[in-house]
Design a protein around this ligand. Structure first.
Ligand code: HEC
Ligand code: HEC
Length: 325
């Protein structure tokens, strides 16, 4: 009996050690061989660069995450603050820091090829081959838009700012080892999409560019998986450093007449609200970048949201003060 117990204990110890080694050696695995960097060379014209600027400081809100929290106010005022990174996201799996995406050769993207940055936006794979949690939702963007953004980034002033390494706890390493995969873009993404005020373009903005769906749908923060109905709200953000201790819960933006907040808006008042900027200082919603959206883009978003399936989901409170949480 004693011998059996000893053997059992030994097996458990071996399994635990094995699992530990598996996680420690697997969490930073590289996807370079499955997703090699392509030989892409973007040849932009000035219209593409301007379009890239509009996307990066507007709907795609790169600047909102890739600047430090003390630059947020300047960004909200309309300044094109350099995208030097440094914003921290505290998640159940550890802490992620945004990197410097100015063209500095040592600390930024100056030495990354077009193909390297393209792979990040299309597949969420970093320059070193590691897959990222789905914080950046651009994998269904058109090539034209991705190329425009990359071309614009190249025109910026290089600024030195070393990247802070991400830290993962054991849960984070486990999730990364067993569940984390590169993003899976949809089949048949067009090379370029017609930009007009139609709901079709609105859908593209909400899902592939501005991440309205990503934030206004309940998700599991450990894996990033969607667990709620699209646009029905309930995704909890914070309290953490980026929200300065506040907790935010996204409202339901489906057209449900009782529980969806969109019901309170006409097209005109929606555009005014989006232009109006933030009410809550530390809300994670990128109000500054969104206030720069063109009328046509905002109309397109409004029109699309009217077509989303109405979902009854009452969100009692969207903001909780630090003392209460
Ligand atoms: C919601 C926040 C958020 C937004 C919006 C965002 N990023 Fe990021 N980005 C991150 C985080 C966090 C990382 C680090 C991921 C990691 O290391 O796992 C990152 C990493 C990157 C990298 C990877 C650098 C490398 O190591 O290879 C590039 C390039 C990048 N972002 C460019 C962009 C561009 C361009 C945009 C706009 C189109 C953008 N990001 C918008 C949060 C964001
Ligand atoms: C990074 C997460 C995030 C993204 C991306 C995001 N939202 Fe939000 N949104 C929030 C949070 C959190 C709130 C509640 C706090 C607030 O009002 O700032 C909110 C509030 C709102 C409100 C209510 C404002 C009010 O005053 O009642 C509307 C409308 C809205 N979002 C629409 C959108 C649309 C449209 C998009 C895409 C263009 C979008 N959001 C993208 C997080 C996000």
């Amino acid at each position: 009996m004693k011998k059996v117990l000893l053997i059992l204990a030994a097996i458990i110890v071996i399994v635990v050690i094995g699992l530990f080694i598996f996680i420690q050696t697997g969490y930073d695995k590289s996807f370079d061989s499955e997703y090699p960097v392509t030989e892409l060379r973007i040849n932009p014209d000035s219209a593409m660069i301007e379009h890239g600027r509009y996307l990066a400081y507007g709907p795609a809100h790169c600047a909102h995450c890739h600047s430090s929290i003390d630059k947020l106010e300047a960004l909200e005022r309309g300044e094109e603050v350099p995208m030097t990174g440094g914003m921290e996201f505290e998640l159940p799996i550890g802490s992620l820091f945004t990197p410097n995406i100015t063209p500095d050769k040592e600390s930024g993207i100056g030495n990354y090829s077009d193909g390297t940055i393209y792979r990040m936006l299309r597949y969420n794979i970093r320059h070193d081959g590691q897959a990222c949690l789905e914080l950046m939702p651009f994998f269904n963007m058109t090539d034209y838009d991705i190329h425009s953004i990359i071309a614009f980034l190249r025109t910026r002033e290089p600024v030195k700012n070393e990247r802070k390494p991400n830290t993962y706890n054991l849960l984070g390493k486990f999730v990364r080892t067993v569940a984390l995969k590169p993003a899976q873009p949809e089949a048949g993404i067009p090379n370029k999409i017609k930009r007009d005020s139609s709901s079709a373009y609105g859908k593209y903005l909400c899902e592939a560019v501005a991440n309205c769906k990503g934030c206004h749908t309940e998700r599991d923060l450990k894996t990033g998986a969607f667990v709620g109905q699209p646009y029905a709200g309930g995704f909890v953000m914070g309290p953490d450093k980026s929200t300065q201790g506040w907790t935010f819960i996204t409202p339901n933006i489906t057209p449900d007449p009782e529980t969806g907040i969109l019901h309170n808006y006409t097209e005109e008042s929606f555009i005014n609200r989006m232009r109006g900027g933030r009410v809550h200082t530390f809300s994670p919603m990128p109000w500054g970048p969104f206030s720069r959206l063109s009328d046509g883009d905002l109309m397109a978003i409004y029109r699309y949201l009217q077509e989303v399936k109405p979902v009854k989901n009452k969100i009692e409170q969207t903001v909780i003060m630090p003392e209460e949480s």
